[in-house]
Design a protein around this ligand. Structure first.
Ligand code: FES
Length: 150
């Protein structure tokens, strides 16, 4: 582990997240390393990671509802649901039926209220409106951190 990573870990250990961590880290590092190592500034507050992943901190109040099975959050147009004690599912919020950005999660499945399309946690269609399925995203859960791979 090199010195720069150690410094980043240290700042994270102080409880700094997302934009504030980015700002402190850049100030401490100088502009040149900021260009190479910046976190994605388009990510919502409380997320980390880079352009290829979202990292949700489930101790952050914005995402802590994911500690309960059956709940979901929507981040960057991705519906992220806790489907069991150990499993999560993530799908696009854009319905494959007629493209409405209304997909949510209820009763253990993804659902679009526009015309009633239903999808399984694997993105598979469960009725005629949902027959085209939904794009899914891989997830990885560790401790209180949930990664969604974009
Ligand atoms: S647009 Fe979602 S069910 Fe029709």
């Amino acid at each position: 582990m090199n010195e720069k990573i150690n410094r980043m870990e240290f700042l994270k250990s102080l409880g700094l997240k997302g934009a504030s961590l980015f700002a402190v880290y850049c100030a401490a590092s100088g502009l040149s390393s900021c260009v190479n190592e910046s976190m994605d500034p388009t990510l919502p507050p409380g997320t980390g990671g880079n352009t290829n992943e979202l990292v949700l901190d489930l101790t952050n109040p914005t995402y802590s509802k994911l500690n309960t099975v059956g709940n979901y959050v929507i981040v960057n147009s991705i519906v992220i649901a806790r489907v069991s004690e150990t499993a999560f599912a993530a799908v696009t919020q854009v319905c494959s039926h007629e493209g409405k950005k209304k997909v949510n999660f209820r009763n253990g499945e993804f659902y679009c209220p526009e015309h009633g399309a239903r999808f399984g946690t694997g993105g598979n269609g469960l009725n005629s409106e949902g027959k085209k399925g939904l794009k899914t995203y891989q997830t990885e859960f560790s401790g209180t951190s949930l990664k969604v791979f974009l």
